[in-house]
Write a protein that binds this ligand. Sequence first.
Ligand code: SF4
Ligand code: SF4
Ligand code: SF4
Length: 378
Amino acid sequence: MTVKNWQIKRDMAYPYEEHRPRKQWAIVFDLNKCIACQTCTLACKTTWTSARGQEYMFWNNVETKPYGGYPLAWDLRVLERLGRQDWAKNGTYGGKTIFESAPANERALHWAPSDEDWMYPNVGEDDCAGGSVGAGGAAFTTMPHDKWFFYLPRTCAHCTYPACLAACPRKAIYKREQDGIVLIDQSRCKGYGECVRACPYKKSMYNPYTRVSEKCVGCYPAVEQGIQPQCVVNCIGKIRIMGFISPPWAARDDNPVDYLVHKKGLALPYYPQLGLEPNIYYIPPMHADRAYLAQMFGPQAEGAIARYRELAKDPVAQGLMVLMGSTDRIIHSFKVEKGEATGFNEAGAELTRVPVTEPVVERAAWDEGASATRHNTP
Ligand code: SF4
Ligand code: SF4
Ligand code: SF4
C-alpha cells in the first residue's frame, strides 16, 4: 500500500492502508531540560513492569547520547542497516524507510537484540563526545564547548505506521481508534518476537517468563480518565507534556502539541527517516553536535534550535513552556494572556493557570508580624 507520511514529506510503502485514529497520543520532551534523574523510568517500572520476567524491561528509559543506548547501540545498528539517508533541501526524505528496504518475505528491515544487549540499560551514561577526557578530567576551553552529550528519554512512540504491528504474523497488535495507542493483545500473542525484531526503536520487548511480548501501554487507563501518563506527571524536570497531535493539515494553534510541533517547529520526531511517523517529539538540545542532531532529527534540527533561542521574544510559546508539568491532566487547549498561561480540558474547563514569569519578591530583613529578623540560612 502507499500511505502519506508527513514527517518525511512524501508517500511511502506500508503493509496496511493509511488509517489515522480519531486522536493521536503524543509526548513532547524538551531535551534542554532533562537531567537523567530516571524518575520517569522508575515511575513506569513501579507501575507496569515489576513482575517476573520484567527485570530488565524498561518501557521508559533515559540514555546518554551519543554513546548510551538501550538495548546496546540500537540506533547505530538500525542506521547502519538502512544505508544512506539523504534529505532534499525542502525537507523531503530521499532515502529508503525500513519498510521500503525490507528483505524479501519480511515486512520491515529488522534485527534482534541478544539477551546481553538488554542487560546494560545505563551503559554510556554521562560519557561525553567531542574530544578525549584526560587524567585531570574534562575542561571546557571553547565556546560553544567542544565536549558534549545529552540525555534522551524514550517511550514507545505509538507510531502512526508501527513496524511492530506490521510485522506481527498473529495480528495481535492493534492501534486504538480513540487515542492512537498501540497495544499487544496478550491473549493472541504467541511470543514469536517479530515485533521485537521489527521495531527499530526497540520498544517492544519479550518476556521470557510469560513467553509473550510486551510494550509501553501509553498509560491508557490514565489517558481514558483525562490524566497524563506516569512517566510524564512524575517528571522532575517538567520537561514533558502529553497531549494529542493532529496531522499538519488539521493542526490547531491552541493545541499545545500542535503548537510546539506544527506551528512553531520547535519539537521534532526522532529518526523520521525510518518511516514510522513516531509520535514522541523532541526539542533538540542546543549545545549538542549539529551533524549528530541532523542525523537524529533530520534537516529541521538547526531551525528548531534557532527558534528555541528566540523563545524569550515569544510570550505565547514561553507560556506554553511553563504549562509543562503544571498539571497531571491532559491539556487539550491553552491560551496565554495578561502574563498568565491557562490550560483547558476537552470540555473547555480550566485545568491550570500559571504566571509566565514567576514574580521576584524581595522581603524586608525585619519581619514586623513575627518581630524577628529574617535570615538566609546557607
Ligand atoms: S523524570 Fe524528566 S528530567 Fe528526569 S530523567 Fe525523566 S524525562 Fe529527564
Ligand atoms: S515505537 Fe516500536 S513498539 Fe512502539 S508503536 Fe512504534 S514500532 Fe511499535
Ligand atoms: S506512557 Fe506509561 S507505560 Fe508508557 S513508558 Fe510512560 S509510564 Fe510507561
